[in-house]
Design a protein. Structure first.
Lengths: 124, 196
């Protein structure tokens, strides 16, 4: 399965991604971080004649919250392409997001205490 | 009615969860990052890719490359639900210097980093420490080793890696859940001592 070569470079076909995104550049990480939790707004209707990637992201994201990274992982897409598709959903008003985590400088004690407590309960 | 939550098999984050935290698992090639993540994760670890452009000068030049090349790096990650409101993601982050763009993205919003070290390949860890420190990440060292802990081994390692006195060092077996969890808990305790 996952060989120890975890940093191997994998090629997913640049051309394919280019087609999925309609030739647009990929958005940066500010809006949709790897761990921003997203889901589809209830009663959203998919666009007519969606492409296979758009259809797949609608199906996946209608089931509940997932992180941006998980959306990419489940769909087998690079993070940047998944972000772009999610950004489209957001602009169309279909995406719900949990608040993004604060940047590293603002890590607060409270989150760390919750993480520590959670780990101790889980593995204690 | 609500079939998407409650099932242990669900791929989704529980509905009540409001926040997601991120901790990086860093280390050189094949040090055991993916193993540790798989040991701790509640979901089957996922893999995705980050694509980045990089200056050709920084890359092994294969055939008179153009100004920029595009590289794809695989990212493995796992998830832990820690309370009704909080999930934690563990991201394996490749330690090569040339993936600086990736590191910016990965470091943003991270609580800290667990630095996995192979005691037989200490030199491979130096560039990884450089990256961790460049991005201002607090870290703890987890020595992925089958040998039992010894004070002598810890002292040698601290000296070789030039660690600060308060940087925690734990010995762990990345295949063992209790041992890996202990390493992660040690990191979070350390992060708390530095939190404001």
């Amino acid at each position: 399965m996952t060989a120890p070569g975890e940093e191997q470079q994998v090629s997913s076909g640049f051309v394919r991604s280019y087609v999925i995104t309609g030739g647009r550049g990929l958005p940066d990480a500010e809006d949709l971080s790897l761990v921003t939790l997203v889901t589809l707004a209830p009663e959203s209707q998919p666009p007519p004649n969606p492409g296979p990637e758009v259809r797949a992201i609608w199906e996946l994201c209608s089931g509940g919250y997932l992180s941006v990274a998980e959306v990419a992982g489940h769909l087998g897409l690079p993070v940047g392409v998944a972000r772009l598709l999610l950004q489209d959903l957001h602009q169309q008003g279909h995406l719900l997001r949990r608040k993004a985590p604060p940047p590293a400088q603002l890590v607060d004690r409270k989150i760390l205490e919750e993480v520590l407590h959670g780990l101790q309960v889980r593995f204690g | 009615m609500d079939s998407k939550s409650g099932s242990a098999e669900s791929i989704y984050v529980p509905d009540a969860v409001q926040r997601a935290a991120k901790i990086l698992v860093v280390g050189h090639f094949a040090v055991g990052k993916t193993t540790l993540i798989g040991t701790l994760s509640e979901i089957t670890p996922l893999r995705t890719e980050e694509r980045m452009t990089q200056a050709a000068a920084q890359v092994d030049d294969l055939r008179g490359a153009p100004d920029k090349t595009t590289t794809t790096v695989a990212l493995d990650f796992g998830r832990l639900t820690l309370s009704d409101e909080l999930v934690l993601y563990l991201f394996g982050t490749p330690g090569q210097q040339r993936f600086v763009e990736l590191w910016e993205d990965m470091a943003r919003g991270s609580l800290g980093a667990l630095l996995l070290v192979d005691p037989a390949r200490l030199a491979d860890t130096f560039p990884v420490i450089d990256l961790v420190e460049t991005y201002g990440l607090e870290y703890a060292v987890a020595v992925n080793s089958f040998d039992p802990y010894s004070q002598h081994a810890e002292n040698e390692l601290r000296e070789a890696l030039d660690l600060l006195p308060d940087t925690p060092v734990v010995f762990c077996d990345a295949r063992d859940q209790k041992s890996s969890a202990h390493a992660l808990i040690t990191l979070v305790r350390h992060l708390l001592t530095h939190a404001t």
